[in-house]
Structures are given as structure tokens and as C-alpha cells.
Write a protein that binds this ligand. Structure first.
Ligand SMILES: Nc1nc2c(ncn2[C@@H]2O[C@H](COP(=O)(O)OP(=O)(O)OP(=O)(O)O)[C@@H](O)[C@H]2O)c(=O)[nH]1
Ligand SMILES: [Mg+2]
Length: 166
């Protein structure tokens, strides 16, 4: 009985030591993987060229970055296209608001006085509403009418006198 017990005990001991060494082995592999990743990240960080882009407002900094992304960057996926669509809608509305404001400040008359109502509609846009396609569509007629008015066009021609994009 005593002999059997010793055998069993030895077997259990062998199984235990196997498990521990397997566990240690997997921990070492994981640690090596982490070290490799740290080294790879360090190399990437060293090779990254950082550019400080300075320039006055409206001088083309953002445009330059967008061009770099289009020329050298990855393709835009559907999600990014949707995101950019919202940004473009926002830019159109914000840009028109700036032009409406500038037209008034520069005392440029409307060609068609009824544009004042469309200007008020565009100005009423609540910036916190998500500008998806249906919301933007509600503004399209007013935006088109305003853009075709010589009052807004004259303000646009004089855009060097104010900042159009922020
Ligand atoms: N003709 C011409 N227009 C440009 C060029 N680069 C930018 N623009 C126009 O200039 C305007 C301002 O460009 P942005 O890239 O927004 O300028 P920014 O330096 O980021 O401006 P802030 O963010 O206000 O400091 C936009 O209407 C651009 O389309 C260029 O190389 N040539
Ligand atoms: Mg910019």
C-alpha cells in the first residue's frame, strides 16, 4: 500500500512539474513577443518623420495634409467616406454662414431681397444636430439660392478681407 502511494505521489509530481514548465514556457514566449513589439515600435518611432506645419490662417496647412493623405495614404473605407460627408456638409453650411455674415458686414446688397429668409434658415442651423443626408437636404434649396445671389458671390470674391474657413 505504502509503495503504491509513493508511485502515485511521484506520478502526480511529474504531472505538476510538466504543467508548471508548460506555463513558464508560454509566459516566456509571451514576454519575448512583447519585447519584439517594443523593439518594432521603437524602430517605427525613430523612423517617423515629424513635420511642424506653420502658416497664417487660410494659408493651406489642412489642404496640404489632405493632399498628402490622398496621394500617399490609405484608401478611405465606407465608414470614413460617411464621416467625411458629414464634415463636407458642415463646411458648406459654416462657409455659407460666414459669407452671409460678411455680406452684411461689408454692406453688400442682396440681388434678390427674398434671400434674407434663406439666410435666416441657414443661420438657424443648430450646430449640435448631426448633419446626415436628410438634415442637409433641408438646406440645399436655400444654399443653392444664396450661392446664386450676386450679394453672396461678391462677398466670396472679397474673401481675402475675412477668414472663410476656421
Ligand atoms: N489656389 C490654391 N488654393 C489653396 C491651396 N491650398 C489651399 N488652398 C485654399 O485655401 C483655403 C484655405 O486652406 P486651408 O488648408 O483650410 O488653410 P489652413 O492653413 O488650414 O487654415 P487654418 O486652419 O484656418 O489655419 C481653402 O479654400 C483651400 O482650398 C493651393 O495650393 N492653391
Ligand atoms: Mg486648417
Amino acid at each position: 500500500m505504502g509503495e503504491e502511494f509513493t508511485k502515485l505521489f511521484k506520478m502526480a509530481d511529474t504531472i505538476m512539474s510538466c504543467c508548471i514548465s508548460e506555463h513558464e514556457k508560454s509566459q516566456k514566449t509571451r514576454s519575448r513577443e512583447i519585447d519584439k513589439k517594443i523593439n518594432r515600435d521603437r524602430l517605427t518611432f525613430r523612423r517617423t518623420v515629424r513635420v511642424l506645419l506653420l502658416g497664417a490662417g487660410e494659408s493651406g496647412k489642412s489642404t496640404f495634409l489632405k493632399q498628402m493623405r490622398i496621394i500617399h495614404g490609405q484608401e478611405f473605407d465606407d465608414e470614413q467616406v460617411r464621416e467625411y460627408r458629414t464634415i463636407i456638409y458642415n463646411n458648406i453650411l459654416k462657409g455659407m454662414r460666414v459669407l452671409i455674415d460678411a455680406r452684411q458686414k461689408l454692406n453688400i446688397p442682396w440681388a434678390d431681397e427674398s434671400c434674407a429668409k434663406d439666410a435666416a434658415t441657414v443661420f438657424d442651423f443648430n450646430g449640435s444636430t448631426k448633419l446626415d443626408q436628410p438634415v442637409f437636404c433641408d438646406y440645399v434649396d436655400s444654399l443653392k439660392k444664396l450661392w446664386n445671389d450676386t450679394g453672396i458671390r461678391t462677398a466670396f470674391d472679397r474673401r481675402r478681407e475675412f477668414q472663410l474657413v476656421s
